[in-house]
Every structure is written in C-alpha cells, then in structure tokens.
Design a binder for this molecule. Structure first.
Ligand code: G1P
Length: 304
C-alpha cells in the first residue's frame, strides 16, 4: 500500500532545474549601507550574500537562475556578468587567483534571467513575477537572507526529498514561540523522521494562536501550479501577497511537506544575525579559522 508521504503511483516527478531568487527588498534595516547598494550584495566574509545563495543552488544541480529584482539592484546583475576591465587588469598583472574569483564560477551565458518586481507587493507576488521563466516545471525558491551552513546544500536536501514525494515543500525548523510572528508556521498533521506533513499553514501568527512553532525558512521546492493560485491570491499578513497563503490553499490538491534540514541557519535579515553569519562563516573557513578563534577569545575575555 502507498504510504501517506509517498508520491502517488504513476506520478512522474520532473527534475528541479530552475531556482527563483526574490531580491527586490529595500533592505531598510541596513541603511545607510543599503542606500545605493542592494542588501543582497552585503558581504559575508568576502562574498556577497546572494553569491552564497547562487552557489548553494548550483551545487544542488540548478541550471537556471532567475532573479526577481527591483530598482537600484543592478549591482546583482553586474555580479553575474563578465567584468571586462577588471578581468583585463588582473590578466595583465598575472593575478590568476584573483581572476578565478571574479570569473571562474560564472554559469554559462543565458542561464541567468532577471526580471523586476516593480512594486513591493510581497513574497508571493515576487515569485509570481518569475512565472514565464519557470514555465510548467517544479522549481526552487531561495531567500538569500536566510543563510544555511551545512555539509549538503540545504536546497539540495529539499530537492532530494522532493524527488521522492513531490508536492510543495519548504525547509523548516523550530523557533521559540514568541518568534512565530516572523514566520510561516505549519499546522502539523504527521511527522515521519525529518519529514512533516502539514494540514495547514499560517503566515506570521501571534504566538498565542500559532498552531505550532515549526517555521518555514527561506528554501522551497514548489509545484508550478502555485502560479495559478498566486494570480488570484488576496493580500494577507502585512497587506502583502503571501507565498504561505498560496501554498496553504493548495493543500488538499497538493500535499505540503516541511523538511527538517541538516545545517545551521543564519538570519541575515537583521543586523545581529548578519554579524553572527560573518563570524560563523569565517570560523568555517580553513584560511581564517585560527585568526578568528584568537579574536573571539580576546573579545570573550573582555566581556564581563
Ligand atoms: C518570509 C515568508 C515566511 C518565512 C520567512 C523565512 O517572510 O513570508 O513565511 O517564514 O520568509 O525567512 P519575511 O522574512 O520575508 O518577512
């Protein structure tokens, strides 16, 4: 007999080849740093935040990268393009290692697509803006602000699970109850190992009304059917078109799974989380670990 979390017999699962990166946010929490620079270009150690999200997707086998941007975000497009003058200068000076850092990771021409959201109408609207690039196939969504340090890329863990079950899926983790009003929260139907089936989803509930403390973090694998739902999605929490509401209204037609991923998540959407990510990613770098440990010991010793 088919288990509840298994894909229905005969159902074919298409390969997840495309990832959508909603990067239209204003980044007001980081002003004035983000006055003329997209928040996604802020560095963690020595790479922009968006670069980590891109690397995570690439490592998970994603072939097409769709950025849903906004005004003043052209630095993101430039980051994923050739930089002729810089490449020329580095070549002339025989700076091969530096040249590799600006060029060697670039995906083939034509694999990056950029569209503008135009109006900040919410995450659901941002994802909907990618519909013509995604077409009729399952796709990943990565919110670059949520960084996940893990052995296996977080989105790769989700895709691996999606290949077994289909449905809509998001990475999930427990948060303290007082934090539920910052997240999409699962109403849990069933838990089997790392996989949780939800009977419902609520965007940013008050702690006292939250159906659980299991929260969505910014990694999703979605069925393309979500675009039809988003097309008519009414405004929800915060007066915005919410992805969580659209995924919730598909439950019944498509199962929704939360996947308790392996790894540590850093919330770069606020200052302390961003600084924590810098420390954690520096400690994770063999070329920086010792220097960082010494620094942290020094600071630790001075904290009363
Ligand atoms: C968005 C989603 C929310 C999710 C969160 C993860 O909220 O709407 O469901 O839990 O990302 O970071 P935002 O942080 O954009 O307000």
């Amino acid at each position: 007999m088919q288990k509840p979390h298994e894909k229905p017999q005969g159902m074919t699962i298409k390969k997840v080849r495309k990832a959508v990166f909603p990067v239209g946010g204003l980044g007001t929490r980081f002003l004035p740093a983000t006055k003329s620079m997209p928040k996604e270009m802020l560095p963690v150690v020595d790479k922009p935040i968006i670069h980590y999200a891109f690397e995570e997707a690439k490592e998970a086998g994603i072939e097409q990268f769709i950025f849903v941007t906004g005004r003043n975000k052209s630095a993101i497009a430039d980051h994923f393009d050739y930089s002729y003058e810089l490449q020329h200068n580095l070549t002339n000076r025989n700076k091969d290692a530096e040249l590799a850092l600006v060029r060697d990771w670039l995906p083939p021409a034509g694999s990056i697509a950029i569209t503008r959201q135009r109006e900040a109408l919410g995450l659901g609207h941002a994802v909907w803006c990618a519909r013509n690039f995604v077409g009729d196939e399952p796709f990943a969504v990565i919110l670059a602000d949520d960084m996940v340090l893990s052995k296996k890329p977080c989105i790769g863990q989700l895709i691996e699970q999606y290949n077994k079950t289909g449905g809509n899926m998001a990475a999930v983790m427990d948060v303290p109850r007082e934090k539920t009003k910052s997240y999409g929260i699962l109403d849990i139907e069933r838990t089997e190992g790392k996989l949780v089936t939800a009977r419902g989803l609520v965007e940013k509930p008050d702690p006292k009304n939250a159906p659980s403390t299991l929260s969505i973090i910014g990694r999703y694998v979605l069925d393309p059917g979500i675009f039809n739902v988003l097309e008519n999605q009414k405004k929800g929490s915060g007066g915005e078109i919410q992805l969580t509401d659209a995924m919730n209204s598909m439950i019944g037609k498509q199962p929704f799974y939360g996947y308790r991923f392996d790894g540590i998540r850093y919330d770069c959407g606020h200052k302390a989380g961003y600084i924590e990510a810098n420390i954690a990613y520096a400690l994770d770098r063999p070329d920086m670990k010792e220097e960082m440990q010494a620094l942290l010991k020094q600071y630790g010793a001075n904290i009363k």
